[in-house]
Design a protein around this ligand. Sequence first.
Ligand code: FAD
Length: 384
Amino acid sequence: MELPRTADIVIIGGGVMGASTVYHLSARGKKNILLLEKEQFFGQGASGRCAGGVRYQFSTEINIRLSLISLPMLERFEQEVGQKINYRQCGYLIMLTSPDQVDEFVPNVRLQRSLGVQTEWLSGDEIRKLLPMMILDDIRAGTFHDKDGLVDPNSVVIGYINAAKREGAATISGVEITAIEVLDGRIVSVGTSAGKISTPLVVNAAGPWAGLVGRMAGLEIPITPLRRQMLTTTPLTTIPEDFPFVIDFSQSLYFHLEGGGLLTGMSNPNEHPGFDQEIDPSWELVHLEAATARMPILENAGMLSHWAGLYENTPDAHPILGMTPIEGFYVCAGFSGHGFMHGPVAGKIISEIILDGSATSVDVSMLDLARFESGQLIKEYNVI
Ligand SMILES: Cc1cc2nc3c(=O)[nH]c(=O)nc-3n(C[C@H](O)[C@H](O)[C@H](O)COP(=O)(O)OP(=O)(O)OC[C@H]3O[C@@H](n4cnc5c(N)ncnc54)[C@H](O)[C@@H]3O)c2cc1C
């Protein structure tokens, strides 16, 4: 497809945020929209490398409210967008090992229930009974919500892209944005690897690269890339089909069923910020040792695949959504390692901010870029 020379809106990034944004703008009848992705295929950034987990269990009201809209959008996805996404409601089980952790989670569960999310408490013994294939002697308690689960990330990205195309949007991969021209405080054009495009409006949906894109417009957007890696195993017949998304919170170690085997990941607390997406073999050994200590049957499994991707962390682990001091420059990024599940609602919100002047689905005014200057940060403790 030939690159247009003008567009009413240019969206930078073909991950879940860009894809959802282009879909929601197109579905509202907006024409002359262009989404550009630097890689050869859409969804090759964080979205295509993520674990696909979707949950209601968060510790802040805004994240729970985003899930309360976004996850039902995923439930209706096939009907609305026309793409199967394999939503499996296996539940998230967050396991806690210390009395302090249990105390920390008490207000989280209270908040979730006050908003209609019926998270349950399970005792250590109940968890041990539920997961006999795991070594869980030190688990004191856990929280479980049966509507949390898993969705196929690539299907969501491609579903939104294809639906937006059917509505007339242009979505082009293999074209990198290299510059953003601002004149008298307003967006006027973007420079790309395939030439210049005049436009009054740009959405920065560049995920872990959103800080770099911000700098092209002369704006500091505090988003730090941080490597995270995971692996999948060959099939393990002893894992039951209703095995939940299990998280050992103190080790940031997780497991879920994937293609008959397990997908497991563990966050390295000493990872340095950067764009490296190569596997760190030494951390993989630490991870495998911890995973096998919890789940000895892993010794009988082979490694099927492994990969690394980038979290897109903000200082308060909450996204940046909305306008910036530059007229026509919007941000939809910084979801800090749990953004895939909020992609549907985030794109809808950005479309409302652009077309209606403010978000009507959820009040996201506290997620603006200005909070970092005014110091009004929000804290999310359920980061895995
Ligand atoms: C290992 C791992 C596990 C995760 N697990 C989960 C999970 O279980 N559940 C969950 O909800 N979230 C999870 N996440 C987080 C989730 O993947 C992200 O929050 C989400 O995918 C962010 O989407 P995005 O569209 O903002 O970013 P991306 O998917 O990275 O998309 C941004 C796109 O912008 C493109 N781009 C960048 N710069 C330019 C440019 N200059 N020009 C053109 N294109 C550009 C990139 O190539 C990229 O495709 C995980 C992340 C990782 C890394």
